[in-house]
Write a protein that binds this ligand. Structure first.
Ligand code: CUA
Length: 193
């Protein structure tokens, strides 16, 4: 029947001691969780810093325009003999080259891009085609566009005072239409020349 007794001063001290002990315990739990998270961050950070990414392609910024894969005549979209669609583009302050890109829907499209002056980025509309373009490196990814139509392709990495005016367009064509245009083997783009 102790519950019906008025609490004595010693009971108050006991419950206070219990509360303090519980708070201490939880403080340790929180500290342990925090320490674990910091440890995970440090270990993964060091791990990633020490290991090169699985593949890094570099390119000489000084000769990008003059020789190799990203000369102007090689930019745009190509349909390879193996049926692969490859888009090559360059980003520079403050435009993309080419400014308008043609791709097919429902076929894998590989993008290969680089930048010549600052870090740029691009994203095609609301698709998952999204990457950063960094001087000295070739960015590449493959995606498949499901819907035909025209999409905007803005630079999404702040690259200088003209950043917000830097954007291109992507025309996604039905596969048959794209293939009939691309069969010639030349570089395709939708820029009006
Ligand atoms: Cu280029 Cu922002």
């Amino acid at each position: 029947m102790s519950a019906t007794l008025p609490p004595s001063p010693s009971d108050g001290h006991a419950s206070e001691a219990i509360a303090v002990a519980a708070e201490r315990r939880w403080a340790w739990v929180v500290m342990a969780i925090t320490a674990l998270l910091v440890l995970v961050m440090v270990v993964t950070g060091l791990h990633w810093a020490a290991m090169p990414p699985s593949r890094v392609e570099t390119i000489d910024v000084r000769t990008v325009h003059i020789k190799g894969e990203f000369v102007e005549s090689n930019l745009g979209t190509t349909l390879g003999a193996d049926g692969k669609v490859v888009v090559r583009l360059i980003a520079q302050q403050y435009s993309f080259e080419p400014q308008c890109i043609v791709v097919p829907a429902d076929m894998p499209v590989t993008f290969r891009g680089t930048a010549t002056d600052a870090i740029h980025g691009f994203v095609v509309g609301r698709t998952n085609a999204n990457t950063m373009l960094i001087p000295g490196f070739v960015a590449t990814f493959t995606t498949t566009f499901r819907r035909t139509g025209e999409q905007l392709m803005p630079c999404h990495e702040y690259c200088g005072t003209g950043h917000e005016a830097m954007w291109g367009r992507v025309q996604i064509l039905p596969p048959e239409e794209f293939l009939s245009k691309a069969r010639g083997g030349e570089r395709l783009s939708c820029v009006q020349r």
